[in-house]
Design a protein around this ligand. Structure first.
Ligand SMILES: Nc1ncnc2c1ncn2[C@@H]1O[C@H](COP(=O)(O)OP(=O)(O)OP(=O)(O)O)[C@@H](O)[C@H]1O
Ligand SMILES: [Mg+2]
Length: 74
């Protein structure tokens, strides 16, 4: 497995769009892809059809409060 992380401190610079695009391109050539959305905005999840997730259902409480991982959805 090769983890890829797209990080930039600035907001709105295309991190999520690039993640979605790279994921789609790699999947289109047969690569098995797991996209992990750690942003409590959940834009990547939303763009992939997972809507209505509240912040308590994201990884945010895991990082901020040490909560257990949420149940997977989608
Ligand atoms: N290559 C591009 N050309 C033009 N617009 C783009 C491009 N990539 C992303 N955008 C647009 O820029 C906006 C911000 O993109 P995106 O949500 O991917 O950024 P982000 O870095 O993930 O933002 P945030 O910090 O809020 O998570 C979106 O409206 C997106 O459609
Ligand atoms: Mg984003």
């Amino acid at each position: 497995m090769k983890p890829l992380t797209f990080v930039n401190h600035a907001g709105g610079v295309g991190k999520t769009s690039l993640t979605r695009g790279v994921g789609a391109e790699l999947a289109s050539v047969g690569t098995q892809i797991l996209l992990i959305d750690l942003d409590p905005q959940a834009n990547l999840a939303g763009w992939l059809g997972i809507v209505g997730v509240q912040v308590q259902g994201t990884a945010n409480p895991v990082a901020v409060e040490g909560a257990d991982l949420p149940e997977p959805v989608g």
